[in-house]
Design a protein around this ligand. Structure first.
Ligand SMILES: *Cc1c(COP(=O)(O)O)cnc(C)c1O
Length: 458
């Protein structure tokens, strides 16, 4: 009989030890790449090894090379951690091993994604009937949303891009903020549009697209996609989305919103005014692995025009079984074919937290970001942005070198972990509060550590 218990109980033991250790663990890797190669490497295994032994060896080998992004004192990039229900559902997703491309291959996964899709649309306040794809991340959500946009704007100009491709098609213009995320450019490359189709729209001092500048570019009758942003990756700034949608729609342009983390602001009654009018867009990209704190990888694409979404993604093949009763086939909404049943973890996360719990995470992260900014500012550190969401940009002594050195030294010190960035030509430390466990104590300890490091280096 197969020994399931050995490797799985080994994994369980190690998982709970890791998770319970997060609050006291040093926030940063300890091992170098060379040391990790030393422990984990060796020649290609010729013979079998017991599964439990393999798991123990793997877990031990990677231990010193893990970046504890689940810690309440991890503020790097915009990562977020993972809630217990989401982690457990993700484990079972692996155990069940469903190929969730088709209803026929994974009925429960399809129904769970259908239910979760409806919850998400309601949670974000988007038009009912909005279609949803459970993708790997906001990169592929941007790709999928922009694929639907490409279909729709070309169809409106009498061109079938799925059949005829882009050679000879009317050229598409993509109007996007100068501070857009790089995954937008990358999605446009994947879509065969290239980056030269982008018309960068000037942004204000917080990185928000200027709607007046957008209006100046919205004058032609060319197929046009407007790519707005809710949650600038540096400042957290939110584009004036209501006005962008209004002006774009007057010119028959499609509005795609990159809301990788910012779309979750719609769930917070306190933050909702910042995203007013977001429901008027045509497609939205967001992540569950960021602010909802679902384990990697988990992104979401939502589209107000399911027919465009489907036209861009769907596939028919003679050997596939498409459900006769209209059950959900995920490959109608996803760029993948075979795929992991990502909906289970999102379902569990939403069910465990409820709307109130999700709003509470968003509000607390926002409050903790403000607390971080206020504490540092009170001690003479320059805060470069308005803290509208969960992002804080700070700079030390108005000095690039000192700022970069503080970032490096803080990473080395180990109380907390944050990354650096360059904002408007100046080096900055970037603090992102995206973890569901981050509390006042985490912020106060981390701010004290940052201030101590900066004092030492000054
Ligand atoms: C993180 C991020 C992305 C990319 O998301 P992935 O989940 O890494 O694919 C895109 N846009 C913005 C604004 C982001 O913050």
């Amino acid at each position: 009989m197969t020994d399931w218990e050995g490797p799985l109980s080994e994994a369980f033991e190690r998982a709970t030890t890791y998770l319970q250790g997060l609050p006291v663990r040093r926030v940063g890797p300890r091992a170098t790449a060379g040391e990790l190669r030393q422990v984990l490497g060796g020649s290609l295994p010729q013979h079998a090894t017991d599964a439990q032994e393999v798991i123990a060896h793997l877990a031990k080998g990677v231990e010193e090379g893990l970046l504890p992004s689940g810690s309440g004192r991890f503020f790097g990039f915009v990562f977020g951690g993972a809630t217990p229900a989401a982690i457990a559902a993700d484990w079972l997703t692996t155990v069940w091993d469903q190929n969730a491309g088709l209803y026929a291959a994974a009925p429960a996964a399809a129904v769970v994604e259908e239910i979760t899709a409806d919850w998400l649309v309601e949670l974000f306040g988007l038009p009912s009937g909005t279609s949803v794809g459970f993708v790997t991340g906001a990169q592929m959500a941007n790709f999928t949303g922009l694929a639907a946009a490409r279909h729709a704007v070309l169809r409106n100009h009498g061109w079938d891009v799925e059949r005829d491709g882009l050679i000879g098609a009317p050229p598409i213009r993509v109007l996007a903020g100068a501070e857009r995320h790089d995954t937008v450019d990358r999605a446009l490359r994947f879509l065969g549009l290239g980056t030269s189709c982008i018309v960068p729209i000037a942004v204000d001092e917080q990185g928000r697209m200027r709607a007046d500048r957008l209006a100046e570019e919205l004058t032609t009758d060319q197929p046009t996609i407007v790519c707005a942003q809710v949650g600038n990756v540096n400042t957290g700034a939110i584009d004036p989305i209501e006005e962008i949608c209004r002006r774009a729609h007057e010119r028959n342009a499609w509005v795609h919103v990159d809301g990788a983390f910012g779309l979750w602001a719609t769930v917070s009654p306190a933050l909702q005014p910042h995203v007013r009018g977001i429901e008027n867009a045509d497609s939205w990209a967001t992540d569950a692995h960021k602010w909802l704190n679902v384990p990697y990888d988990s992104g979401l694409v939502l589209c107000a025009h399911p027919e465009a979404h489907r036209a861009a993604m769907s596939v028919r093949a003679s050997y596939l079984i498409h459900d006769e009763h209209g059950e959900r086939d995920a490959l109608e909404f996803n760029p993948e074919f075979s795929r992991r049943a990502r909906g289970f973890a999102v379902y569990a996360a939403i069910r465990a937290l409820g709307r109130d719990g999700i709003a509470e995470i968003v509000d607390r992260c926002h409050a903790m970001a403000r607390r971080f900014a206020d504490t540092l500012a009170a001690n003479g550190v320059d805060v470069l942005n308005d803290v509208v969401l969960n992002q804080v940009l700070v700079r030390f002594g108005n000095d690039d070198e000192l700022t970069r050195n503080v970032v490096r030294a803080v990473q080395h010190e180990g109380t907390c972990w944050m990354s650096g960035t360059t904002w408007r030509g100046k080096a900055a430390m970037r603090i992102s509060v995206s973890n569901w466990t981050t509390d006042e104590q985490d912020v106060d300890r981390s701010a004290a550590a940052v201030l101590a490091v900066a004092e030492r280096l000054r």
